[in-house]
Design a protein around this ligand. Structure first.
Ligand code: SAM
Length: 111
């Protein structure tokens, strides 16, 4: 599914994410703390599998891949094509637990 919403993201947001740094953010020391905490918070609210999860603003796919490995059917949406490409590569690297769907889209217009 591809969103047909064509409102542009602000240039400064696009320029920031096109630097490509987002894929490394959770590897920094503070990022590792964030990742651990976010996973803990998500886990508190997850239904048991099988279930469908939407990761909107999912970036390079860290949480989407983690959820897919747990057996969720995950759909990742992000407006930055680079992030969706990176998430697709991460999904392909865990071929037994692929993310079900990865697409360019905008949280302001979900279908
Ligand atoms: C700080 S990153 C977080 C990525 C990932 N959720 C994580 O926690 O590692 C924010 C993400 O939101 C995305 N984003 C920015 N504007 C958005 C919008 N309007 N709709 C959906 N996602 C958006 C960015 O492309 C980026 O991937």
């Amino acid at each position: 599914m591809i969103s047909d919403y064509d409102e542009k993201l602000p240039n400064e947001i696009v320029a920031h994410y096109e630097q490509g740094d987002e894929i490394q953010r959770l590897s920094s020391s503070l990022g590792q703390l964030e990742e651990t905490r976010i996973r803990e918070l998500i886990t508190r609210h997850l239904p048991s599998t099988p279930a469908v999860a939407y990761d909107v603003g999912g970036g390079p796919g860290n949480y989407a891949c983690w959820l897919a490995r747990q057996g969720y059917e995950v759909h990742l949406v992000d407006p930055v094509p680079l992030h969706v490409e990176q998430a697709a590569a991460a999904s392909q690297a865990q071929s037994d637990y692929p993310v079900a769907e990865l697409c360019v889209g905008d949280a302001r217009h979900l279908w």
